[in-house]
Design a protein around this ligand. Structure first.
Ligand SMILES: [Zn+2]
Length: 388
């Protein structure tokens, strides 16, 4: 006996009493069929409903030859009457997303003639693939139009037309279908072959937001959020913007300009710092003028700063400049020499000071996990007593 699909009669029905028709063990689970059900089986890009049949949890729902198969974690007695209850908030979210897909796909088909060639509902929203590229400047316009269709609260209806009626209907479909075909209509905007469940009126979607549109194969892929998902996302963005607004002391709608000004200020500061650093390095280098080898410690230098300071010192001396700078639990280093091959010295330093690094003969860079005293002791053994 075929299962009576109550989800097509009333999309808002979240529970029903049903008689268990069969219960067949399947591995560690049981496949249960009922005389009627509120559980939508996976299909048409829409995930199945989850919930419970009496005391059994429903883990998956599939349709096979007109029968709805509920995969459950417990057996149920054949002939028993049970209460079937779906996770309605989850289902309602899918209905919002699915119906919003019809509005956007119907509108894009009307406007551009592009077909919806792929549809997926996931945790991050709905992705819809089209077989043509949508001009980016029209996306906001499309989004507004879909929202206006939502606010018109248009009725959404689905039915199985008789073969004669079906032959006369011009409906969207991903592939050629044999009768019977279920079609879903939103008047004036879409007529589409679809087995999914939808909200009864578009107003139930509330709002949609197009998040992105990227090139995909020969067309594009739109990521869209609808209803509750859109609300949750936009609320998270609102909270983020509030934090930015407080940090910049800017009005909520002026945070972009405030961030841009901050970036410009930082860029100018960076430029100024680089100039100051260069002058500082020059002064430090002059202090070592005429010496042979130099070991120098300088706080808070970046990798590039290390190299530049070592390079400045190396131009003033006849041997090797070794510059170390502490960061967290280690010291970064740069070794520069105009006259010597430093590869052997670097290898020995890495070995003695638990380090790693290397480079060209006249320039070596890396880091060591050692104390300042150990570093000094190492270079004293290499170079003899170090001058201050
Ligand atoms: Zn649909």
């Amino acid at each position: 006996m075929k299962t009576k699909p109550l989800y097509y009669e009333d999309c808002h029905m979240d529970r029903c009493a049903a008689v268990v028709q069969s219960c067949i063990p399947q591995g560690t689970h049981w496949e249960i069929t009922l005389d009627q059900t509120v559980f939508y089986p996976e299909g048409g890009g829409q995930p199945c409903d989850l919930g419970s049949l009496g005391s059994a949890r429903v883990l998956d729902v599939q349709e096979r030859a007109g029968q709805v198969i509920h995969l459950c974690d417990q057996p149920l007695e054949e002939g028993a009457t049970v209460e079937a209850v779906i996770d309605y908030p989850r289902r309602f979210g899918f209905m919002q997303q699915h119906t919003a897909d019809h509005l956007l796909s119907g509108l894009i088909f009307q406007r551009f003639g592009f077909h919806n060639v792929g549809f997926h509902m996931g945790a991050d929203g709905v992705t819809i693939d089209f077989d043509g590229e949508i001009p980016p400047q029209t996306l906001l316009e499309l989004e507004l139009e879909v929202n206006q269709l939502i606010w018109k609260n248009l009725p959404v209806s689905g039915w199985y037309p008789m073969p004669q009626e079906l032959a006369q209907l011009s409906y969207r479909s991903k592939k050629a279908l044999d009768w019977p075909v279920r079609v879903v209509r939103i008047p004036g905007i879409d007529l589409c072959a679809c087995c999914g469940v939808h909200v009864a009126n578009t107003g139930e979607i509330g709002v949609i937001k197009i998040i992105s549109c990227v090139r995909f194969h020969q067309g594009c892929r739109i990521l869209m959020l609808a209803g509750r998902e859109a609300y949750v996302y936009l609320n998270a963005v609102f909270q983020q913007n509030r934090s930015v607004s407080q940090a910049f002391s800017a009005k909520p709608l002026e945070t972009g300009a405030a961030a841009e000004r901050m970036c410009q200020t930082l860029e100018a500061e960076r430029y100024r710092n680089t100039g100051l650093e260069r002058r500082l390095f020059h002064c430090i280098a002059k202090g070592y003028s005429g010496q042979k080898n130099v070991l120098h410690f300088e706080p808070e230098l970046s990798g590039d700063g290390l190299r530049q300071l070592a390079d400045s010192i190396a131009t003033e001396i006849s041997g090797t400049a070794a510059v170390f700078s502490q960061s967290d639990s280690h010291y970064g280093y740069a070794l520069v020499s105009r006259s010597e091959d430093l590869r052997e010295l670097c290898r020995a330093a890495n070995q003695a000071l638990c380090g790693r690094g290397g480079g060209k003969p006249g320039f070596q860079q890396g880091r060591v996990a050692a104390e300042q005293k150990q570093i000094q002791a190492f270079f004293e053994t290499q170079w003899g007593e170090l001058s201050e």
